[in-house]
Every structure is written in C-alpha cells, then in structure tokens.
Design a protein around this ligand. Structure first.
Ligand SMILES: Nc1nc2c(ncn2[C@@H]2O[C@H](COP(=O)(O)OP(=O)(O)OP(=O)(O)O)[C@@H](O)[C@H]2O)c(=O)[nH]1
Ligand SMILES: [Mg+2]
Length: 367
C-alpha cells in the first residue's frame, strides 16, 4: 500500500466553473486552456508532477441532453481506469461548483451520490473571490442536506481571481493529502471486492462454457458413430464452430471478434492432425479401457467426442484469458500472434491430457 503516494485526481464539474484555471494554479503554469462563454475543455487531459496527477475533464452544459451525455462520458472515463491495478484508479474527485452561482442541483446530487459513489469527493467551491458569504453558505447547506456519504470535505478556492491574490488552492491540496489514507484503504477494499465478484463471475462462465463443450462432445460422438472413412471433417468443424461462438459469448466476445482472431483453417488443422493422422485414433484404441468390447464405430464416437472436447476446452481457456486481461489491462489488445501461439500451445496441452481420457474425465477436465 505504501507505494501509492501519487493520487490520481479527476476535476469534475459544470462548464465554466473554473476547472482548468484551478489545475493551472495547482501546477503554477498555464497548462490548460481556459476561457468564458463556450465550453473550453473538450477532451480528458492528464497533468502530472511528482506529487499528484490531475485529470482535466470537459464540463457539462445544463439541460437534459448535456447532462445525460456527461453522465455517460464520465462513467466511461472512470471505468477506463478501474483496472485491477490500484495505482491506475482515479482516487479522489474534486467536484467543482461555482460559488457565485450558489446552486447545488439534483443533478449534482445524482452525480455524486450515484456515479461517484465509490469515490471520495472533495467539493470545491470555485470563484470564491466574487461570491458572497450568503451564496457560499447556501451551497454548503444544500450539500450537507443531501447527506452524501462520500463527500469527505469542502474547500473554497479562488484560482484566478479578478482582483487580489489566489487563495484556497494549497489548502485544497493539503486536504486531499490528509485524506490519502482513507482513499488508499477504499481503493484496496474496492479492488478486493471487485476481484471476488469477478472470480465468481468467471466460475459461472466456466460452468456455462463446460455445458457447451459437453453438448458439442455429444454431437460429435453422434457424428462419430458413423465409421471413420465417412466421418466428415466439415460436420465436426460445424459442431466446433457453434461451440466456439457459444463459449465466446459466455466471456463477452462477439462472433465478429472471434472470427477476427480464430480462423477455420486453424481448427481444421487440429482436426486433421488428430483424426486423419490417425494417431489419435490409434492412441485411443490402445488406451481406452474395455476397448475390445466396443464396436468400431463406438471408438470413433469416443475419438470425435474427445477431439471436440479438447477443442472446446482450448477455446474456453483462451477466451477466459482474454476476458481477464481485458479487465486487468486498460489497453489490452488481442494480437493475432498471441492468439495463434496461445491456441496451439493450449490445444497441444489439452489434447495430450485428454487423448486417453474416459468420458467422465471429459466432464471434469480443468485446463
Ligand atoms: N472571478 C474568478 N473567475 C475565475 C476563477 N477561476 C476561473 N475563473 C474564470 O472562469 C472562466 C472559466 O474558467 P475555466 O477554467 O476555463 O473553466 P472550466 O471549468 O475549465 O470550463 P470548461 O473547460 O468549459 O468546462 C474563465 O473566464 C476564468 O478566468 C476564479 O477563481 N475567480
Ligand atoms: Mg476547462
């Protein structure tokens, strides 16, 4: 935990309240564009020094359309950093409200209470140089009345005053650092909880995928009941592809995505090496107990079921890996080479585990 000493802070608030001005004041430089009238900041922008990271964000324009868009964009922005690596997270929100406006709306409350509920929020009243005491008091009271448990402090700043010197910005930074232990703890608890939920979800997905594999194996066994010379690779291919899409869907992968990473050629190669090469069949004949009592076509059925299961478990393993890595690594991209290597090595391993397996083993197998 000790290594988290650079907090990531997102500065969030309505357009024109002075978010970019505040960021410039913190860093003592004019890094971010500021201005009045039109919304100025259009993109999320990261600014950092050795003590803190500030994210400047586009503000929202009052009105339902602007608010809805803002809600979704912010949600997307926050989840982008919600990896399993705590140092990536947004740790604190500086929620900016312009004090002279003296308004704390139901949308503000909704943002803080729902969208930002997992983040410690420091309410930052801006432009305090031109706000009356009564205006500031009104906002502070409205916030208190809203009883938002994640609001941990309120600060009053003037980052770019019309007259006089800026004030309140150092105090805001101080408050943030005082809260450091709190948000570090929260972040870790959150990560623990998310991990647990995810593990559980993966277990469920794995069970679902296993069902698809067993269905595929059953279909393949039926197909394999036709004596070997007639076993049609396209039939097995069809079964495997159907199974592949179903397992992929369990892990949130769409058909086009799967088509983009796994070619039929690939699967066909496994099938040929396993069936046409006959090594699989011969091995199966040698090792499957009670083989003498089985008819020729039954052997084929077992082989077909085994190959299809091996294919299914291979898909399951790689799709699970992709699902995990997508979650853990914000920028994870599925690369062709990685997929190919992963598929080949996994299939080899699974096949060598399963080629001698009995039917019950197919149902219990874990890769
Ligand atoms: N009086 C006063 N004006 C300020 C203060 N801070 C910023 N302003 C003015 O408020 C206007 C908007 O400031 P910005 O920093 O661009 O506001 P923003 O929140 O980044 O706006 P968007 O990027 O559009 O979301 C500018 O004209 C600033 O000069 C302040 O402390 N006091
Ligand atoms: Mg701005």
């Amino acid at each position: 935990m000790a290594e988290i000493h650079v907090p990531n802070i997102a500065v969030i608030g309505r357009s024109g309240v002075g978010k970019s001005s505040l960021i410039n004041r913190v860093f003592g430089e004019n890094l971010a564009a500021t201005g009045s009238g039109m919304p100025i900041t259009r993109y999320y922008q990261r600014y950092a020094n050795q003590y803190l990271v500030l994210y400047d964000t586009p503000g929202w324009e009052p009105g339902s359309e602007g608010e809805i868009r803002f809600y979704h964009d912010t949600q997307e922005f926050l989840s982008r950093y919600r990896t399993l690596i705590p140092t990536d997270h947004i740790h604190v929100i500086w929620y900016t409200i312009d004090a002279p406006g003296a308004r704390f709306t139901s949308f503000d409350a909704q943002l803080i209470g729902q969208l930002l509920r997992n983040y410690p929020v420091i309410i930052t009243l801006t432009k305090c140089d031109i706000a009356r005491e009564s205006e500031k008091d009104k906002v502070v009271k409205a916030i208190a009345d809203a009883r938002l448990p994640n609001v941990i402090a309120t600060a009053q700043v003037a980052a770019q005053p019309v007259v006089g010197s800026p004030f309140g910005v150092d105090e805001l930074v101080d408050i943030t650092f005082e809260q450091l232990p709190l948000y570090v703890r929260q972040t870790f608890e959150l990560v623990g909880a998310v991990k647990q939920a995810l593990n559980q979800a993966m277990v469920e997905k794995g069970k679902q995928a296993r069902k698809h594999i067993l269905v595929g194996a059953g279909e393949a066994a039926a197909a394999g009941a036709i004596p070997i010379p007639f076993v049609d690779i396209p039939i097995l291919m069809g079964i495997s592809l159907r199974m592949m899409y179903k397992i992929g869907a369990d892990y949130g992968l769409s058909k086009p995505e799967i088509d983009g990473m796994i070619s039929e050629k690939h699967i066909k190669r496994w099938m040929y090496s396993a069936i046409i090469g006959r090594s699989a069949v011969l091995e199966a004949v040698k090792f499957i107990p009670a083989i003498g009592t089985l008819t020729g076509s039954a052997i084929d059925a077992v082989t077909c079921a085994t190959i299809t299961s091996a294919t299914g478990y291979t898909f399951r393993s790689i799709f699970r890996e992709i699902a995990w890595r997508r979650w853990r690594e914000a920028n994870f991209r599925v690369e062709d080479k990685w997929v190919q290597r992963q598929l080949d090595t996994t299939f080899k391993r699974v096949w060598s585990d399963l080629r001698h397996a009995k039917h019950e083993d197919l149902e219990r197998y874990e890769v």
